[in-house]
Write a protein that binds this ligand. Structure first.
Ligand SMILES: Cc1cc2nc3c(=O)[nH]c(=O)nc-3n(C[C@H](O)[C@H](O)[C@H](O)COP(=O)(O)OP(=O)(O)OC[C@H]3O[C@@H](n4cnc5c(N)ncnc54)[C@H](O)[C@@H]3O)c2cc1C
Length: 462
């Protein structure tokens, strides 16, 4: 093994939901680790940008939004230390056996089941504070959602969020923490795993996008704008786009025919309802309730109450001039429900000759049917609670980006084996959202943490 100050036992490329967990677990197990992150290292109580335009531009890839090649689907992903866990809504769900059975069928991986993953979920949950949103913290938007669900005979459940001592009773509006949680209440990896690992000696470099890897017999060499580093092993944790992009840029396509394939995104559409009285959906807890309806699960969509800050609402609902002004005057009177579709994994992640992402993804007939079914359910719910007008967002967007380096037993159809190692490249591991064999139809972050824990325990045991 080479020895130098820039040689590590593990380099973890990407510091989000997966990378933060892996870095902490391996560091506390005694390994010397380096965590590389393309974005900036913000200090939660000091320098998260506050205005929506600033945090969107500074904490997200593509200055806020990226698109597929046809520009009819949008993607949002975090770019900062903590990654998606800093900018997400912090909703934590375990997968059900519907999701795991589909994964097992597609991949042949035996541990894809609720029971085999249970110890990893249990572990991931002990490292973050979790709270089911109580009745008295539900804002008007959540109350309308629940009333609409009940009027239409659907099953719902309170959402569970990872947050610690969030001062909701003192008027905290958690829409603001989509740009990072200033109170350090949201249990991002920036607030939990990463500082604990740093206390144990983890080195973190920000603005250190991994541009390329060289896989050697004794070590892996990692190129970044902050220098060249080597490690015995590299954990790719850049998410579906980031990890796939690094392997593509590093010439792995020829060795791994499935690289970049099986991309899915849970296309989401926001539905606004205009009421006569203010709803103030931006106040208090942003999201409080979700559908847990077996009929919806079967039909391939889920619903949650949600809202967005003003610029996002203006962009997503695409008006200009006086119609925009008129529309935005109604901001306080809007309720909102989001439909998320369990889409088919037909997308392809690729790079152009300059290494820039090139995402081929369109909604299939089945995806469109699922979206239509979801929109129909939402319209009925909102009208049942007295909405004057229901406005559907025409642009579907993806917050849950999955696949590109999927796990499986067959090297022709997958990239990573059940030990989380890239086929035939045991010095390269991946446990982030890129390994998802297909779309689960459930919020993914907790499962990414659990998979990362499984990968790290497997590594530490070697
Ligand atoms: C607005 C929003 C709301 C969401 N809400 C929820 C929710 O409530 N519940 C839920 O379960 N999920 C939610 N998600 C999705 C969830 O956050 C992601 O699925 C999850 O964070 C993905 O984890 P990951 O480790 O695969 O990647 P990420 O968390 O995205 O981390 C990848 C990190 O790697 C960095 N990176 C990428 N490429 C490189 C490179 N080449 N070199 C170095 N660093 C690199 C990125 O900048 C990023 O920091 C939401 C996402 C968004 C955007």
């Amino acid at each position: 093994m080479p020895t130098s100050t820039s040689h590590f036992d593990y380099i973890i490329a990407g510091s989000g939901t997966s990378g933060g967990v892996a870095a902490w677990y391996l560091q506390q197990a005694g390994a010397r680790c380096l965590l590389l992150e393309a974005g900036k290292y913000y200090k939660p109580r000091e320098d998260f940008p506050l205005p929506e335009a600033d945090y969107t531009a500074q904490l997200m890839w593509g200055g806020g939004i990226e698109y597929n090649t046809r520009c009819d689907l949008a993607f949002i992903r975090g770019r900062c230390v903590g990654g998606g866990s800093v900018v997400n809504a912090a909703l934590m769900d375990r997968f059900d056996d519907v999701a795991f059975d589909d994964w097992k069928a597609a991949s042949g991986v035996p541990f894809f089941s609720e029971s085999a993953m249970e110890p990893h979920y249990d572990f991931a949950e002990t490292q973050i504070a979790l709270e089911e949103i109580p009745d008295h913290h539900r804002n008007n938007n959540a109350q309308l959602f629940i009333k609409g669900m009940e009027n239409c005979g659907h099953v719902w459940k309170p959402l569970r969020r990872c947050q610690s001592d969030c001062p909701t009773d003192a008027g905290q509006d958690c829409i603001a923490c989509l740009g990072g949680c200033h109170r350090n209440s949201k249990q991002s990896t920036l607030a939990t795993y990463i500082p604990k690992a740093e206390a144990l000696g983890l080195e973190v470099r920000d603005y250190a996008e991994v541009t390329q890897l060289e896989y050697g017999k004794d070590a892996v060499t990692v190129h970044t704008p902050r220098g060249v580093f080597t490690a015995d092993k590299v954990i790719l944790a850049g998410g579906a786009f980031g990890s796939t992009q690094v392997l593509l840029r590093s010439g792995f396509r020829a060795k791994l025919p499935a690289l970049g394939r099986n991309f899915s995104m849970h296309p989401q559409a926001m539905n606004l309802a205009v009421f006569d009285e203010p709803v103030d959906s931006h106040k208090g807890v942003l999201q409080g309730a979700k559908s847990l309806d077996p009929g919806f699960r079967k039909r391939g969509f889920k619903l949650e109450n949600v809202f967005a800050p003003p610029i996002a609402i203006a962009v997503l609902f695409g008006r200009v001039g006086l119609p925009l002004q008129d529309f935005m005057r109604k901001y306080r009177n809007l309720a909102c429900i989001e439909v998320a579709v369990r889409d088919e994994n037909t997308g392809v992640i690729d790079v152009d000759k300059n290494g820039r992402l090139h995402i081929e993804k369109k909604m299939t007939d089945q995806d469109r049917r699922r979206m239509r079914d979801g929109l129909g359910a939402v319209k009925a719910m909102l009208e049942s609670v007295g909405a004057k007008q229901v406005i559907q967002c025409k642009m579907a967007f993806g917050l849950h980006l999955m696949g590109g380096c999927v796990m499986g037993t067959d090297r022709k159809t997958s990239v990573v084996n059940p030990n989380f190692e890239v086929h035939d490249h045991p010095r390269l591991c991946i446990a982030d959202s890129s390994i998802f064999p297909n779309a689960p139809g459930i919020n993914p972050a907790l499962t990414i943490m659990a998979l990362s824990h499984r990968m790290a325990t497997t590594q530490a045991a070697q």
